[in-house]
Design a protein around this ligand. Structure first.
Ligand SMILES: Cc1cc2nc3c(=O)[nH]c(=O)nc-3n(C[C@H](O)[C@H](O)[C@H](O)COP(=O)(O)OP(=O)(O)OC[C@H]3O[C@@H](n4cnc5c(N)ncnc54)[C@H](O)[C@@H]3O)c2cc1C
Length: 512
């Protein structure tokens, strides 16, 4: 049996992995986590995917308990600003498109909708909640989408059936500490020390990690959560890193933690605002915003990026120091080699657009539990695991490239270059298809990568890749049901905006 695991690294990846292993295997697997006080966590990673809800449910954690401890807020979707037309915005929400008589509401919008207004305002309820800064929960705690709350239970990404309507924003350091408390209470041994290297046997399998003051730490399975440095997977196991710079050139970020003057003025969404040489995120936490500029240093220097960011944020950030971060964009050829598995930034990262870092971690942990080895170390388990985590990253990479290919702005060298830049195989074909008709599950990246066809269509239509007409079949159909659905959606949106408290108001009620 494999019954002892050593995790190196105590960032979001390390503590999420330790907590999940305890929730899944309890005391049948011993877990030691070693983290350095000399090497700090990356300190960003504050927006999530709606599927993260499965993670916290699996751990049996109650949102009303953990979210306030992480200074958290709600995220109903991402608001894209200035990607195509200056001053305009659209949302990529956590809301699937409704289906009427076999076609999505977006398809019906192409036939019946008001094209002078953005598609998202007519096809989603969430858009109205975002514009009006509503909470997805009533003051009594009930969810605006009735009946969903109780159905998730202890499920995994693979078992997800319903689209949960929101994700979270949180302070990544506070979440790591919260999960550290959860894991150590359940028996995880926490070692504060610096790992200086590993011992390997003649086959290249790890037999121990060496520390400065705590001696050798030994286990059966070693998990590398050391972030971009890849202390075990790259430096010891020799995984080769495949850069995505040719298709996703952003390689740096500069981040600020900005106090929010009016705490009540809290957005229930992440903003992704196009800038001269990249884009800027804004992530509202309970009392402050996290903001940062993601850019390519081929087009702008770190000093210029910081100045452009500060100019956009205004005086609220005058007394705040900036965190400059180099990003390693790409993935290793393998996440699992011999008895070492890399999870988190040590395996892969594709820049923060669409907030997929924590999603990759969650997906990898779930797959590790599913493919957990025994003493025979069946190589097929590792191969399957590697294939799955690889495909998730590749699918997200394609989806992100689509954002840059679809963006209509061409006003700076950065945005001009985005139009002619290389794209992964298949992306340009998908853009061409999307100009003719909406994409379906067979015309998006075919393997699981977290984004469904509605996401691809929401991005294309928002960015301005809009078919001239609906599919011809629609014109042979009675539009009465679709008209009724549009009217119903509008009425539901108005009713929800009137009934729901503001995002801040609800969060204040659980922060007391
Ligand atoms: C600019 C930017 C923005 C991002 N935004 C988002 C977002 O909005 N949403 C999202 O989901 N993801 C985001 N991410 C990704 C997210 O931050 C990471 O996926 C997440 O924080 C996990 O990081 P990690 O735990 O892998 O690494 P880290 O946080 O870097 O942790 C590494 C750990 O390893 C330890 N360590 C290192 N060396 C040693 C050693 N020798 N001995 C012992 N311990 C050691 C460190 O002490 C630390 O505990 C973003 C990333 C970047 C760069």
């Amino acid at each position: 049996m494999i019954n002892s695991v050593v995790i190196v690294g105590g960032g979001t990846a390390g503590w999420m992995t330790a907590s999940y292993l305890k929730a899944a295997f309890s005391d049948r697997v011993q877990v030691t986590l070693v983290e350095s006080e000399k090497v700090s966590r990356i300190g960003v990673g504050e927006a999530t995917f709606s599927t993260v809800r499965h993670f916290f449910d699996f751990l049996g954690l109650d949102e009303a308990d953990w979210l306030p401890k992480a200074a958290g807020g709600y995220k109903l979707g991402i608001r894209f600003e200035n990607w195509s037309i200056p001053g305009e915005h659209f949302y990529h929400p956590f809301e699937r498109l409704r289906v009427v008589d076999g076609f999505s509401l977006a398809e019906w919008w192409l036939e019946l909708g008001d094209r002078s207004k953005p598609f998202d305002q007519q096809c989603f309820i969430t858009t109205a909640l975002c514009d009006n800064k509503r909470s997805p929960r009533m003051l009594d705690g009930s969810l605006f989408v009735a009946g969903l709350d109780g159905t998730l239970g202890k499920s995994t990404l693979a078992e997800q059936r319903a689209q949960f309507p929101y994700a979270y924003h949180f302070d990544a350091d506070k979440v790591a500490e919260y999960l550290a408390g959860y894991a150590t209470q359940r028996g995880v041994r926490r070692v504060l020390d610096n790992v200086t290297g590993v011992e390997q046997d003649e086959r290249g399998w790890i037999t121990a990690v060496r520390t400065e003051a705590s001696g050798d730490l030994t286990g059966d399975l070693y998990i590398d959560c050391t972030g971009f440095r890849g202390l075990l997977i790259n430096q010891a196991m020799g995984a080769s890193f495949e850069s995505f710079a040719d298709v996703l050139p952003n390689n740096r970020a500069v981040a600020l933690r900005v106090p929010r003057e009016n705490a009540n003025d809290m957005d229930p969404y992440t903003s992704a605002i196009a800038m001269n040489a990249g884009w800027r995120w804004n992530i509202p936490l309970f009392r402050r915003d996290g903001t940062g500029y993601v850019y390519s240093d081929e087009f702008i220097s770190p000093e210029e990026a910081e100045a452009e960011l500060r100019a956009a944020v205004g005086p609220a950030a005058d007394d705040v120091s900036a965190n400059h971060i180099r990003m390693r964009i790409g993935r290793n050829d393998r996440a699992w080699i011999n008895n070492c598995v890399a999870i988190g930034l040590s395996y892969a990262f594709v820049e923060p657009l669409e907030s997929t870092g924590i999603f990759f971690i969650q997906h990898a942990i779930e797959q590790l539990v599913r493919h957990f080895p025994d003493e025979n170390w069946d190589p097929q388990l590792a191969a399957d695991f590697n294939g799955r985590v690889h495909r998730v990253v590749e699918g997200v990479k394609e989806f992100l490239v689509l954002h840059y290919k679809g963006a209509q702005r061409e006003d700076t060298p950065y945005w001009k270059e985005a139009k002619v830049r290389k794209a992964p195989d298949g992306v340009l074909e998908r853009v061409a298809t999307a100009s003719s008709h909406l994409l379906d599950s067979e015309t998006i990246f075919p393997h699981y990568h977290g984004f469904e066809q509605y996401s691809w269509n929401a991005m294309n239509l928002g960015l301005g890749i809009i078919p001239e007409k609906a599919r011809p079949a629609i014109r042979h159909m009675d539009p009465a049901n679709a008209r009724q659905e549009f009217a119903k959606l509008k009425a539901e949106a108005d009713a929800m905006v009137a009934a729901l408290p503001s995002c801040y108001e609800y969060l204040a009620s659980i922060n007391d």
